[in-house]
Design a protein around this ligand. Structure first.
Ligand code: B12
Ligand code: SF4
Ligand code: SF4
Length: 391
């Protein structure tokens, strides 16, 4: 382990925060590697099967809560926040138009994993070089961004980056919650930061607004009910009970953050790479549904959406088309796709579900009327009132 003096370590901690800012991180905090108090809640969450078919959540045992086992020798975690809210997010206009596809605003630009990991690696290199010059000792570090089994949110909470909201995400009184987390595990005994005070108080807006009631208790999300899981993580069929509740959300969901009062002044991202790319700005469902696999792969190149694959892309859009107002053009597009020779059985089942939903609606009314669920109407009103810049 490097042998810096206490004064040198304090000075270094200050410099790490400045270097982090220069690398595009909005907030850096430092904490130790002890997550013992999270082992029991994590195990309870797994025991209840809240992870669904995300086997990677269960397969590493308690290593998630033991960063020092993940990278032996680590005694500190440098936790980093990077903001992703793009300008002109258009949340309300997008959610209130059921003929448009809604894509979570974290995913419309470049995949954050690689970008953040590279920046964290640069920060680690800078620290190592600095220590080499001071003491000629070797610093050992490893960057993580959602890439390995590690409890990122509890670490960031301990490092003072924010408090854990009742939606289970980290949020900060000034910065809200539109940010990614990443960290460097390191073998330097840097001074640690203190957590900030919890600020949700009596608010329960996120719990009340979740379209699928996935926040089953304050701070606890049953992933199997969460639209983010259903549209991104789940490999197979989306359970029917959730399909009508998904609305037009074809990739992830932002509702629990959209109603959070702390997002009213949230900073926009400094990374132009996170701005929503043109084919994904308020896109028509029918237009996205018409993409061939080759088009899907080229239009989502470099984006996290690409990992979904064309099959699940079609699955998700079929559900949203089934939820769209009655429309002959939609029915036709669905029927055409159902007859495609290479259509996958799982996708076909969703298309048939959507055809049935459209036929039922068409038999009742031919109006292209807006049919939003009560909850979505409330979320839209809350965005227009609380987040006018991003509405
Ligand atoms: C698995 C996962 C999911 C799953 C499960 C979500 C969940 N809440 O666990 C699904 C697919 C549903 C999901 C969805 C989303 N995710 Co996600 N996800 C993860 C991942 C990979 C692991 C999270 C985890 O460990 N869950 C296990 C459970 C047990 O952990 P937990 O919820 O923190 O549970 C703790 C609390 O319940 C706590 N607890 C229990 N009782 C109490 C009581 C009190 C008072 C308190 C304070 C705490 C507490 O103890 C538990 C153990 O520590 C992390 C990245 C990472 N490696 O950490 C990203 C991560 C959490 N996700 C992230 C994001 C952005 C999202 C989405 C917003 C994406 C989207 N727009 O669609 C949604 C939000 C949904 C939501 N409300 O959580 C970001 C969050 C950034 C932030 N600001 O906090 C992360 C950190 C990724 C990243 N690197 O930036 N995600
Ligand atoms: S992301 Fe959507 S579905 Fe998941 S907990 Fe939040 S509001 Fe509910
Ligand atoms: S909506 Fe309310 S309860 Fe939920 S995280 Fe924000 S402040 Fe906390």
């Amino acid at each position: 382990m490097p042998t810096l003096s206490v004064t040198q370590l304090s000075q270094l901690a200050r410099e790490i925060k400045q270097w982090g800012k220069a690398l595009g991180f909005a907030h850096i905090g430092i904490t130790d590697v002890d997550l013992t108090e999270h082992e029991k809640p994590l195990q309870q969450w797994l025991d209840k099967d809240f992870h669904g078919d995300m086997n990677y959540m269960a397969s590493h045992g308690m290593m998630r809560a033991r960063p020092s086992e993940l990278h032996p020798g680590s005694i500190r975690v440098i936790s980093a926040r990077m903001d992703y809210l793009p300008p002109e997010a258009g949340f309300a206009s997008n959610l209130s138009n059921p003929n448009l596809a809604y894509i979570s605003r974290y995913a419309g630009g470049r995949d954050y994993h690689k970008l953040m990991r590279q920046r964290l690696k640069k920060l680690g290199d800078k620290i190592a070089q600095h220590c080499q010059e001071l003491t000629a000792d070797n610093v050992d570090f490893r960057p993580f961004v959602d890439s390995a089994p590690i409890l990122e949110r509890p670490l960031a909470d301990k490092a003072g980056l924010g408090w854990t909201g009742k939606h289970s995400l980290l949020l900060h009184p000034e910065a809200g919650s539109w940010f990614f987390l990443g960290e460097l595990l390191i073998n330097l005994p840097l001074p640690t930061d203190v957590p900030i005070e919890e600020g949700c108080n009596t608010c329960v807006a996120c719990i009340k607004s979740c379209p699928t009631d996935a926040i089953v208790e304050p701070y606890i999300v049953d992933a199997r009910r969460c639209i983010s899981y259903l549209t991104i993580e789940l490999q197979g069929a989306i359970p029917e009970e959730f399909r009508p509740l998904i609305g037009n959300r074809i990739y992830g969901c932002d509702d629990c953050q959209l109603v959070c009062p702390f997002n009213s002044q949230a900073p926009l991202t400094q990374e132009t790479d996170f701005h929503t790319r043109s084919p994904l700005i308020q896109p028509e469902l029918l237009s996205l549904f018409s993409w061939t696999e080759t088009e899907f792969l080229s239009k989502t190149e470099g984006s996290a959406i690409r990992r979904l694959g064309h099959k699940r892309w079609l699955r998700n859009i079929a559900v949203a088309l089934g939820n769209a107002p009655a429309n002959e053009a939609i029915l036709q597009a669905l029927e055409q796709k159902a007859q495609a020779e290479d259509i996958d059985n799982m996708v076909l089942e969703h298309i048939l579900w959507a055809i049935k939903a459209q036929q039922t609606k068409l038999s009742i009314t031919k109006d292209d009327e807006v049919s939003l669920s009560r909850k979505t109407q409330r979320v839209v009103r809350s965005i227009q009132k609380g987040l006018p810049r991003d509405a």
